[in-house]
Write a protein that binds this ligand. Structure first.
Ligand SMILES: C[S@@+](CC[C@H](N)C(=O)[O-])C[C@H]1O[C@@H](n2cnc3c(N)ncnc32)[C@H](O)[C@@H]1O
Length: 205
């Protein structure tokens, strides 16, 4: 019972990394999510001077990847966890405050002006957003006219309860669930890609 509680507390760091265990999880996610994020990013033809926002940026490995895709652009990260923000800043310290900017905050209230970004990305994070219509509407607000919203999820079977049972507040969405909420939040074009169990969505306003 005690071990189950400890494990539950440890796994909660996937939703909002905190303390030393949070740092361990961020280190692991930077490595473990690279295949998914490389695959997801391959669905976009990147332009060198694009401005990009990665929401739920975690440990910042995906920011580093995007900085390579857009060598003349600016890349922003935002995460609800201060431990993630510190980790991501450290991971991208060479370009911090010149081409890379990382802030603490929630997707429900993005601290950016309208139409600021060419691309907004979200890797392995929408499961934890507590109000998807609000979050997607915020993303649409900060995206420029024909900008892209890229969502990547390793899990997309809502009937698979193993992880949601372990991590409080986690919800798994199917591709069709996400497509419907996107279209109700201002996205007109929504394309789904699948690889084994993984799902990638590219949406445009
Ligand atoms: C499973 S991690 C994924 C991190 C990173 N995107 C990756 O692929 O390695 C989920 C991240 O989303 C962040 N997050 C959860 N809810 C959020 C919210 N409402 N707004 C912004 N970030 C959030 C968490 O703090 C955590 O760093």
């Amino acid at each position: 019972m005690k071990n189950k509680k400890l494990l539950g507390r440890f796994l909660q760091n996937f939703q909002n990394p905190k303390g030393f265990c949070g740092k361990i999880i961020l280190w692991g996610m930077n490595k473990g999510h690279s295949s998914l994020s490389h695959w997801g990013m391959s669905h976009i033809t990147w332009i060198q001077d694009w401005n990009v926002l990665d929401v739920g940026c975690g440990g910042g490995a995906n920011l580093a990847q995007i900085l390579k895709h857009c060598p003349q652009g600016k890349v922003y990260g935002i995460d609800i966890s201060q431990v993630s923000v510190d980790f991501a800043r450290k991971r991208n310290k060479e370009l911090l405050s010149t081409r890379c900017f990382v802030e603490q905050g929630t997707v429900n209230e993005l601290p950016y002006t309208n139409n600021k970004f060419d691309v907004v990305t979200a890797f392995e994070t929408v499961y934890f957003w507590d109000h998807l219509p609000l979050a997607f509407t915020e993303v649409a607000r900060v995206l420029r006219g024909k900008g892209y919203f890229l969502i990547c999820c390793e899990m997309n079977d809502p009937y698979e309860k193993t992880w949601p049972n372990r991590i409080e507040g986690m919800k798994i969405y199917s591709g069709d669930d996400l497509k419907l909420i996107l279209s109700e939040s201002g996205f007109i074009s929504v394309t789904l890609y699948r690889r084994k169990n993984a799902l990638c969505i590219v949406a445009q306003k």
